[in-house]
Write a protein that binds this ligand. Structure first.
Ligand code: HAM
Length: 396
């Protein structure tokens, strides 16, 4: 093959490759998200990326279904869609398990989602999205809990209230007001136009009683960056009550970070039993932009990891030391090359090792070696058996 015939190494348009340095950032973000969501009692679920196409065709966003889904026909002639959002999937799972599940249910997931969008800042064709939803509660306490959780996620990343704004509205109240002058279908059309910014609100909406109570209750919990926004509509027609979006207050990053709301009828797609629900989705692309914009990404994501360099000895001679470290939850990589020691150090740094041990005939004979911190260059000598001292030095 000539060079011309080779395949390109770039990824498909609008999707990402995650090199280890990107994975470290992603893992850091997911870890913080998981810790926060689980601290509110949420349990994790998951499902397949593939769903039957009709799941999205009845009750979701027309724009997503008509213009943004990746749909194909499988070898058995079924129409299949790569999920563009998690909400229909989780509604299906909750409907199927409703006899056994303990309501109100707090569930979360961090699925990879696919939408055929025009790639731009904050918008890709693939993203990860935290979904946190409460099923089986009609009470505004659930709405309040969901909004508090969104707030807590950002503050746990170190954000201040002035860095972001939570905007809420009530899609149910909005639709009712419109329906004084038009039928259901026309009202949905109007809302969809408003969502795209193509139409101004034709009716004057007062803050609903419910929205006001939610804002009040959040204030009592110490959350004060929430405001009523009567222009907020949301693109999905399944929302029936409170809707919310969270925006970065920095104008360089004007995409919404979170979007969600109350959707009390979605499980009726699957059976007659209505299970009220409220939740949100938060994307990893806009979250990372937000954290970078506000200087909230820690510089060092590396966890301790030891590279054991070898000079004129066999990898197996380093095995005991490596096993002792591993038994103490410290990753250890033994050199398997015949590179010179200087090149082994370079390799250790490229492999994101934090510490280095060099073993040669001398070290084996004296049963002593030095551990070097590759960041601070600090070194200390240890005897082979002093495992807890070695571990303490590495974790320091
Ligand atoms: P959504 O507003 O379409 O809502 O998405 C929620 C969040 O996901 C957005 O605010 C954004 O952070 C991120 N996001 C969406 N599309 C993209 C994209 N193409 N590229 C990067 N990030 C994106 C929903 O999907 C609802 N199903 C959320 C929900 C859960 N409602 C109730 N429960």
């Amino acid at each position: 093959m000539t060079a011309k015939n080779k395949l390109g190494t770039e990824s498909y348009k609008g999707v990402r490759d995650f090199f280890p340095e990107d994975m470290r950032v992603r893992n850091y973000m997911f870890r913080t998200i998981r810790e926060t969501v689980e601290s509110f009692g949420f349990e994790e679920y998951d499902a397949s990326i593939l769903e039957p196409a009709e799941l999205y065709e009845s009750k979701t966003s027309q724009e997503i279904v008509n213009e943004q889904t990746y749909t194909f026909t499988d070898r058995g002639d079924r129409r299949v869609t790569l999920r563009p959002e998690m909400t229909p999937t989780v509604a299906r799972m909750v409907a199927s398990g409703r006899r056994e599940l303990g309501f109100p249910l707090r569930w979360y997931s961090i699925p990879n989602l696919f939408r055929y969008e025009r790639p731009q800042r904050g918008r890709l064709r693939e993203h990860y999205q935290l979904n946190a939803d409460i099923f089986g509660s009609n009470s505004i306490e659930a709405d309040i809990e969901i909004i508090s959780l969104a707030h807590k996620i950002l503050t746990n990343f170190g954000a201040q209230e002035s860095d972001f704004e939570i905007r809420i509205n009530n899609r149910g109240a909005l639709k009712n007001a419109l329906m004084q002058n038009m039928n259901d279908e026309e009202a949905e059309m109007e809302l969809s136009k408003m969502d795209k910014g193509n139409s101004e609100l034709s009716v004057k909406i007062e803050t609903s009683e419910e929205t006001r109570s939610i804002i009040e209750a959040l204030k009592e919990r110490g959350i004060s960056n929430v405001r009523f926004d009567q222009t907020l509509v949301r693109g999905f027609s399944y929302y029936t009550g409170t809707i919310l979006e969270v925006f970065d207050t920095n104008p360089d990053n004007n995409r919404s970070l979170f979007g969600g709301g109350r959707y009390d009828n979605l499980t009726t797609l699957f059976d007659d039993e209505q299970i009220p629900a409220v939740g949100f989705g938060m994307g990893d692309v806009t979250l990372r932009d937000f954290l970078e914009t506000h200087g909230l990404l820690p510089e060092i994501f590396r966890d301790p990891k030891v590279f054991i360099g070898t000079v004129d000895i066999k990898p197996k001679d380093a095995q005991d030391i490596a096993e002792n470290l591993r038994a103490n939850n410290i990753p250890a990589e033994i050199n398997i090359t015949d590179k010179k020691i200087g090149d082994q150090i370079k390799l250790a740094e490229k492999h994101a090792a934090t510490h280095m041990i060099v073993l040669g005939a001398e070290e084996l004979k004296n049963e002593k070696f030095t551990i070097k911190n590759l960041d601070t260059r600090e070194e200390q000598e240890f005897s082979f058996g002093a495992i807890s001292e070695q571990v303490a030095f590495i974790l320091k």
